[in-house]
Structure formats: C-alpha cells, structure tokens
Design a protein around this ligand. Structure first.
Ligand code: CP
Length: 312
C-alpha cells in the first residue's frame, strides 16, 4: 500500500495520486460510515501561526470524524514557544514526536518545506505566507471537476489580489500540470498581478493565460469565476499601495449586476474569507458555490489524512 508523505506544494502531485485523492474524497462524502474510526489511534498536530477558520477547523473535523485526535495551537505566535524565540525547525522536531501528522500554517513562504526537513512525520502545508496553499487548490479543483466533469475547454477567471493570494498560485500550478487544455484569465489591479514565476510555469505546461485590469467582457465568457480578497495583512508597511489596490479592486467587486452578466452555467468560487469582494446578495444565486466549495474541503482533507496515515 502506498502512503502520501509531506504535502508542501500543489505541483508535487502526479495524475494518478490526484485522481485517487478525488475518488477518496467522493467516498468520504458518499460512504462515510465505512471509514468511521479508521484513524482512532492517530494524532494530528495543528500549528497555526496565522489565523484560519476553514482550513484548521475542516482538518480538525476531518480528523475527528475519522476517529483521530487533535493537539496543537491556533495562535502559535503567541501561544507556542515561538513567543520565547523557538525556531520553526526546533518546534517541528519536537512536535513531530507528539503526533502522526503535522498541519502547519506559517506566516512566511517556505515554512512547510523547512518544517518538513526536521519533522519525523508528514507535514501538510496549510498556507505559508504568500507562498502556497496546496490543500485549498485540491478542494478547488475537486469542486470544479464535480461541476464540469470534463476538465477541458474551460475558461477560468481568477480575480483580485493575485500577487499575494496563495490559493490562486497553488490552483495555477495544479491546473497547469493536470488540466492544461483550458484557459485562465487573470483579472487584477496592476500592483498585484500574477507573478512571472507562475506564468512561466503555465507557459511550460502550455496552459494559456490572459491578463486584464477590469472585468470588461471577461465576465460574460468564463465558466468559472474564482474571486479573491485583497490580502490587506500583506501590506502592513505600504499603506499607500494598499489604498491604490483597494480602490482598483472595488471595480472587480461581484454583485448582482455583475452576476447578471455571467453565463447561466458558470460557477462563482472564492476560497473565503471574503471582504467586500462579493456582495451578500449574491449568496442566493445558485451559481454562487463558495460555501459548497468550503464544505468540499472537509472531504478532500479526510481523503488526505486517510492517504497519509493509512495509505491507498
Ligand atoms: N480558505 C482558507 O484558507 O480559509 P481560512 O484562512 O479560514 O483557513
């Protein structure tokens, strides 16, 4: 039996593993009773150096639903010995002897990779600063695949703060590697355009991309709109740029008027939390799927924990 190891970046998955993650997630949602209790002798350590609602709670819920236990801290900056100056490397070394898997959210890119080098158990990257959020990308692609089945010929818009958004970066890597027969439309304020590193990767895998600074006609033609918020916490030292980005992002806000231009069969996704980027009136529209998307995170994370701790 194979076992998944560290989950550090979304491009690490091969096609077969990705298919197994998605089919296992399907089983977790449709045939849950057969998996009840499978992790009853396992412990998951959660170390969150940045705030989280969905990622931490869905991982904790996934672990508990499968019979496992959880230890850790949600504010590791204040409540772990990081407050006394302990390094991430020492923390990873120590806590890896307390559990069977570590779920780590860190405030700097590369945190999960660093921790993985010192941990004796698999480390799952639950977001590392402006770096990546691979398990979010998995649940995003899972949600898109459930909707469209054939992941070819789709037009996907990614909007908002693309320079700082780790979810969109991870999704681009995943799409480029596994579903290049689509096209991606980046819609963002000029200061926070998608990085060249991601565009180069997409070029390498021949995933077509286009760049826009406003919705223009893009909203009328796409099948998936993936909206993101301005990551204000990444602009602490640059309030002037933040102000400019927020002003430009205002024009990308999705409300009922923008929704009226979207294709009837298009879907609207968002990794959440939203800020002012999707109006609450949009929630009633059946094409708004962000809550379903966050629920899919539970099943995808149950699948990952099973594949790491039991095998596949
Ligand atoms: N999508 C996401 O990562 O949400 P949280 O920050 O609430 O975990």
């Amino acid at each position: 039996m194979l076992k998944l190891g560290h989950i550090v970046e979304s491009q690490q998955f091969d096609r077969e593993t990705l298919a197994t993650i998605f089919s296992t997630a399907d089983e977790m949602s449709s045939s849950f009773p057969q998996y009840e209790g499978i992790l009853n002798n396992k412990i998951m350590v959660v170390l969150f150096y940045e705030p989280s609602t969905r990622t931490r709670m869905s991982f904790e819920s996934a672990m508990k639903r499968l019979g496992g236990q959880v230890v850790g801290t949600e504010n590791a900056i204040q409540f772990s010995s990081r407050a006394k100056g302990e390094s991430l490397e020492d923390t990873a070394t120590v806590v890896s002897s307390y559990g069977d898997v570590i779920v780590l959210r860190y405030y700097k890119e590369g945190g999960a990779k660093r921790a993985a080098q010192f941990s004796g158990v698999p480390v799952i990257n639950a977001g590392d600063g402006t770096g990546q959020h691979p398990t979010q990308a998995l649940l995003d692609l899972y949600t898109i695949q459930k909707e469209f089945e054939d992941l070819r010929g789709l037009k996907i818009a990614m909007a908002g703060d693309l320079a700082n958004g780790r979810t969109v970066k991870s999704l681009c890597y995943l799409l480029a590697k596994h579903s290049p027969d689509n096209e991606v439309h980046f819609v963002s304020p000029v200061d926070v355009r998608m990085s060249d590193e991601i565009k180069d990767f997409m070029d390498k895998y021949r995933l077509r991309w286009y760049e826009h600074s406003g919705w223009g006609d893009v909203i009328n033609i796409v099948d998936v709109v993936y909206q993101t918020r301005v990551q204000k916490e990444r602009f602490k030292d640059d309030p002037i740029t933040l102000e400019r980005v927020r002003n430009e992002a205002e024009a990308l806000r999705i409300d009922e008027r923008i929704m009226s231009r979207m294709k009837e069969k298009a879907i609207l996704l968002h990794p959440l939390p939203r800020d002012n980027d999707i109006g609450y009136g949009v929630d009633r529209d059946p094409r708004a799927r962000y809550f379903e998307q966050s629920r899919n995170g539970l099943f995808v994370r149950m699948a990952l924990l099973k594949m790491i701790l039991i095998g596949y």
